[in-house]
Design a protein around this ligand. Structure first.
Ligand code: ZN
Length: 432
C-alpha cells in the first residue's frame, strides 16, 4: 500500500481559490484539505511553506519521439522532463517512426509509459495511415487501445473532404480531432514569420494566412457537422479573432497556444538562433498581444508546450536546414507565470485553469485537473518567488534546444506528485 503523504503549510488552489491549508493524500487520492492536519508515523511530509500547491499540469501537445527517434527523447526521458516541469499528464503526438497510426502503436506507448514514465502519458493517434494525408487510420481501434485524440500534427490534412470525413468518423470512434493549422501550399519552404524581420534576415517567410485559412476551414467544417475540433498552437492575431468569432457563434471549437507565442516574437530570428525556428513560427508583437488577450478572455482554452526535442545535430546547422521546434516542459510554467501572472494579466487560479482544469475538460476528463476530494492526487508544488535562469545543460530532457535559454524566469516547480507519489523533487523519484 502507498504511504500517505501530507503537504503542509502551502497555499492550496482549492475550489478556485488559494487557501492556507494542508493536503492529505491517501491511497493516491486527495483525502483531506484543511488547515492544521497532523501526520502520523506512516505519513511522509512535504513542507510547502511559501509554496503554491496546484493541480498537476496537463499538456495537450508534446512530442516524445518514441519510437524511432529516441536519441532525441523517449517516453522515460520525456516523462522525467515533464515531471520536472510540474506536468502530471501529457498527450504525445503521433509523428514518431513508425507513426502512432494503429492500435498496437498506441499500446506500445501506453505500456512503455506505464513501466518507465513518472507521469501519465496519453497517446494521440494519427488521423491518416502513415500520416500520409490520403487514407483514414483506424480511429476506433486506436481509441480502444487508449488514444485520447487524433491528429496528423506537423503534416496537416490538406484535403478538406478527407478532413470532413475524419471529423465525422472521429465522432463515432469517440475521439476528437486536433488540427495543426497550416496550408502547406502557403507555408512552402518558409522558415520564419513572413514580415519585416524575415526580410531583414533574408529568410523565407511563412504567412499568417497559412495558419488562418486552415483555422477558418476546420472551424467551418466542424460547424457544418455540428461536431468539435481542437486547434493546435494558435500563433496569429487573425487566428485568435477567427476563434473568438466562432465561439461567439456557438461553434464547438477549442484551442491551445504555447508559451513561446505569448512570451516571444520573431525578433529572435535576427540572430539566426536555430532554437527560435519553430512551426508555426514566432510572430510579431501584435500577434503576441492578441494571443495574450485570447488567453485572458477565454478564446484560447489551454496552454500546451508543443515540447519538440531535437538533438544537437538537428539544430547546429544553417537556419534554413535546422529542424523546427523547441523543448518546453521544464520552462512552460515559469514562462507563463512570469509573463501572465507577474505581468498582471492573469491570477494564479486563472493560469492554473489554463494548464490543468481546461486541458482536462478538452480531453473529456470531467472535473479533472483540480484538487478535489477523492480525485487522483496529481499535483504541482511551485515556488512563486524563485528566480532562475534557463540553462540548457540542466534540463532533464535528452534534448537541449530551448528557445528560452539564458532567460531569467520567476516561478519554479519544487515537487511533482502523480497518484500520490512524489515523482520530482525531494527524495522519491522515478517510475510510478
Ligand atoms: Zn503542430
Amino acid at each position: 500500500m502507498l504511504k500517505k503523504l501530507l503537504i503542509q503549510n502551502g497555499a492550496v488552489l482549492y475550489r478556485k481559490n488559494l487557501i492556507a491549508a494542508d493536503v492529505l493524500i491517501a491511497d493516491g487520492k486527495i483525502a483531506r484539505v484543511a488547515p492544521g492536519l497532523r501526520p502520523d508515523r506512516k505519513t511522509d511530509v512535504i513542507d510547502a511553506r511559501g509554496l503554491l500547491v496546484l493541480p498537476g499540469f496537463i499538456d495537450l501537445h508534446c512530442h516524445l519521439r518514441d519510437p524511432g527517434q529516441t536519441h532525441k527523447e523517449d517516453v522515460a526521458s520525456g516523462g522525467r522532463s515533464a515531471a520536472a516541469g510540474g506536468f502530471t499528464a501529457v498527450c504525445c503526438m503521433p509523428n514518431t517512426e513508425p507513426p502512432i497510426d494503429c492500435a498496437p502503436m498506441v499500446s506500445y506507448v501506453r505500456q512503455k509509459a506505464e513501466r518507465e514514465s513518472p507521469v501519465k502519458v496519453y497517446p494521440i493517434g494519427a488521423v491518416t495511415k502513415g500520416r500520409g494525408g490520403a487514407e483514414l487510420a483506424e480511429l476506433g481501434l486506436m481509441r480502444e487501445a487508449g488514444a485520447v485524440a487524433a491528429s496528423d500534427d506537423g503534416s496537416p490534412v490538406m484535403n478538406a473532404g478527407l478532413m470532413r470525413a475524419a471529423l465525422e468518423y472521429a465522432v463515432s470512434a469517440g475521439l476528437f480531432l486536433i488540427s495543426h493549422c497550416e496550408d502547406t501550399s502557403l507555408s512552402g519552404d518558409g522558415v520564419a514569420n513572413e514580415g519585416y524581420n524575415a526580410s531583414l534576415a533574408g529568410l523565407k517567410g511563412i504567412p499568417r494566412a497559412a495558419e488562418e485559412v486552415m483555422v477558418a476551414r476546420d472551424v467551418l467544417l466542424a460547424e457544418t457537422l455540428n461536431t468539435r475540433v481542437h486547434i493546435a498552437h494558435v500563433s496569429t492575431k487573425g487566428g485568435v479573432q477567427l476563434l473568438r468569432e466562432a465561439k461567439r457563434r456557438g461553434a464547438r471549437v477549442t484551442a491551445e497556444t504555447c508559451p513561446h507565442y505569448f512570451a516571444l516574437t520573431d525578433d529572435l530570428i535576427l540572430e539566426y538562433d536555430t532554437d527560435a525556428k519553430i512551426n508555426p513560427p514566432l510572430r510579431e508583437e501584435a500577434d503576441r498581444q492578441a494571443v495574450i488577450r485570447g488567453l485572458a478572455d477565454g478564446t484560447i482554452d489551454a496552454i500546451a508546450t508543443d515540447h519538440a526535442p531535437h538533438n544537437f545535430d538537428g539544430k547546429n546547422v544553417d537556419f534554413n536546414a535546422a529542424a523546427f521546434g523547441t523543448v518546453g516542459f521544464e520552462t512552460a510554467f515559469a514562462v507563463a507565470y512570469t509573463t501572465l501572472v507577474k505581468g498582471g494579466i492573469l491570477t494564479v487560479a486563472e493560469l492554473s485553469a489554463l494548464m490543468s482544469a481546461k486541458p482536462a475538460a478538452v480531453l473529456g476528463f470531467e472535473g479533472g485537473g483540480a484538487i478535489r476530494l477523492g480525485l487522483a492526487a496529481d499535483l504541482a508544488v511551485v515556488d512563486p518567488e524563485a528566480v532562475w535562469t534557463v540553462e540548457p545543460d540542466k534540463l532533464l530532457s535528452k534534448s537541449k534546444n530551448t528557445v528560452f535559454k539564458g532567460r531569467e524566469l520567476t516561478g519554479k516547480v519544487r515537487y511533482t506528485v502523480v497518484d500520490g507519489k512524489v515523482v520530482y523533487g525531494g527524495e522519491a523519484k522515478g517510475a510510478r
